[in-house]
Structure formats: C-alpha cells, structure tokens
Design a protein around this ligand. Structure first.
Ligand SMILES: [Zn+2]
Length: 298
C-alpha cells in the first residue's frame, strides 16, 4: 500500500495538452452508462468538486483543461504572516461571503441526495466549502476542505459563525460596504483597492488571528479527516467523482487509493480530469441532466 502522504494544496498544475478535444457525451447516453455502473457497484463513495456548485452561482476555479481561471487565491502562509493579506481577505469577503451564504442547492445536489436515499452513497466527500450538500439534505458528508460558514481562531481554537465576524467587519469598516466585484469560489472577490485602512476582527477571547475554517492553498487537509474518509472508501464498492478535475492532490488521492484497492472509478465532469488513466468509466457530460437520466433508471 502506498504510504499515506500529505501534500499541500496547490493551484499551479494543469492537464497535458490534447491533440483532439475530449468527446462530449449527451446526458441520456451518459446517464444510462452511469446507471449501469451504479447497478454493478451499488454502494459508492461520491467525491464532488466545484462543478457541482456552479449552477448555484458559485464560480469554478478551473476551466475544462484543469487550468486556473482566476488570479492566484490567498495562500495559507501569507494569510498567517502578513497583516495586509488579512486586511485584503476580509475586505473582499464583505462582498464574496454573502454570495456563498445565500446560495441554494441546485438539482445536482438534490440528485446526489437522492442517491443517498437509494443507499447508493456510503459517503459524500466534497472539495466544496459551501455546505450545499447538507442544505440539500444529504446526511453523510465530509467537508474535505472545511466549511466557509464558520470561523476559527488560530490561537485558541475559538469558533463562531462567519456571519458574526462578517457583521462586525461591516460595522468596523463602513467605507468598504460600497464596493461590488466579481465573486470567487471561496467567499473571496476580485476587488483591488487600498486595503490599508481596513480593520479586520480579532478573536474576542485571545485577540488571535481569525480564519474561515477552510483549508487555504498551501495548507494541509487534516489527516484524521482523510483517514476516516479512506476507511469508508475501503468499505465501498467503488468511487464516483462528480464535478472535479482532480487537479488538487487532496481529491486525486482518493482515485489513487481506489485504483490500488481495485475499486472501480467513474468520473462525471464537464471537461477532463487528472485521473484519466485510472478511471473505468469517463463521462464528459452535463452533470445535473446526466444524474437525472441515471436516477430515472435506478
Ligand atoms: Zn482565540
């Protein structure tokens, strides 16, 4: 068995060039193939990524080739060490956070919840921090990269709803409430102004640094979170990846283990994935319509 490795989040990779674009399946055809896969391997671990949440208005990080679409996101080290980075982060969050907070589950989240009701999901492991699987009623969910709706103190572990910090930031910084900008996937926004006057909020208990409870780029996913998800994968009949290009190792790792443990893998993603060589069923198709078509046959 491969040694358990930890690897920080990185945004620098992209998929190799292709001579011809990948074949796109129509959702009915893809749905029939997926239904057949599920019937053969009835209890699956489901790994989801940004592609599941785009229809809820939460932007995707990457294009169909796995390449980064935006400016570089905040890095963990910079956030912890640089006050200006924190000023910029929390100032942008005044715009970005309400978009994520107010987002509603889309049909794909509901179809995934239906798969759980039909006992086809052993666990949904999501790379998304938006909590939309839970809002759609799915019960067994691991938030691999954390949850954006809570804030944690890096000094003493104090924890509170993000809304409390958000409201306090708005009170302390009335001049920053006027801005609008494109929002980003992690509650960030594309705003570039002078942030030097912004007053971030510190921990009310120890005055330590408050950070959303999400794994920033350059940081590690907590080991016990990974191990307990891997235990579930080991007991499952296979792995179904939905809406992720698997460019981040934290997600790709599940494909590596599934392959090593001889578990079949299916991917449903608009565009290619990093796991092409490991996958038994590759579906390049619209996610919601494909899930619906497959549920109709289960
Ligand atoms: Zn504290």
């Amino acid at each position: 068995m491969t040694e358990h490795r930890t690897r920080p989040f990185s945004s620098s990779q992209r998929l190799p060039e292709l001579e011809t674009p990948p074949v796109m399946h129509n959702p009915n055809e893809a749905g029939a193939l997926l239904a057949e896969f599920i019937q053969q391997h009835p209890r699956l671990m489901i790994l989801t990524g940004a592609g599941v949440s785009t229809d809820s208005g939460i932007p995707d990080y990457r294009d169909g080739d796995g390449a980064w679409k935006r400016k570089q996101p905040v890095q963990h080290k910079a956030f912890m060490e640089d006050f200006l980075t924190r000023q910029r982060y929390w100032a942008r969050s005044l715009i970005g956070w309400p978009v994520m907070r107010n987002a509603a589950p889309n049909p794909s989240h509901h179809y995934i919840s239906d798969l759980e009701l039909l006992n086809h999901s052993s666990l949904v492991v999501t790379q998304n921090v938006d909590r939309l699987h839970q809002k759609a009623g799915t019960r067994a969910v691991t938030d691999l990269h954390g949850r954006a709706d809570e804030v944690v103190c890096m000094g003493c572990g104090y924890r509170c709803p993000r809304d409390e910090v958000h409201d306090r930031c708005a009170e302390l910084n009335p001049g920053f409430r006027k801005y609008t900008a494109e929002t980003a996937p992690d509650g960030d926004a594309d705003l570039d102004v002078d942030f030097s006057e912004f007053r971030p909020v510190d921990c009310p208990r120890c005055a330590g640094i408050l950070k959303p409870d999400v794994v920033f780029f350059g940081d590690y996913v907590p080991k016990d979170r990974v191990y307990s998800a891997l235990d579930v994968l080991k007991a499952s009949d296979g792995l179904l990846v939905i809406g992720s290009s698997l460019m981040v190792y934290s997600g790709f790792r599940f494909c590596r283990y599934a392959s090593e443990w001889k578990k079949p893998i299916a991917t449903l993603n608009l565009g290619r994935t990093r796991a092409e060589d490991l996958v038994d069923l590759k579906l390049n198709a619209r996610i919601g319509e494909t899930l619906k078509a497959s549920l109709d046959q289960l």
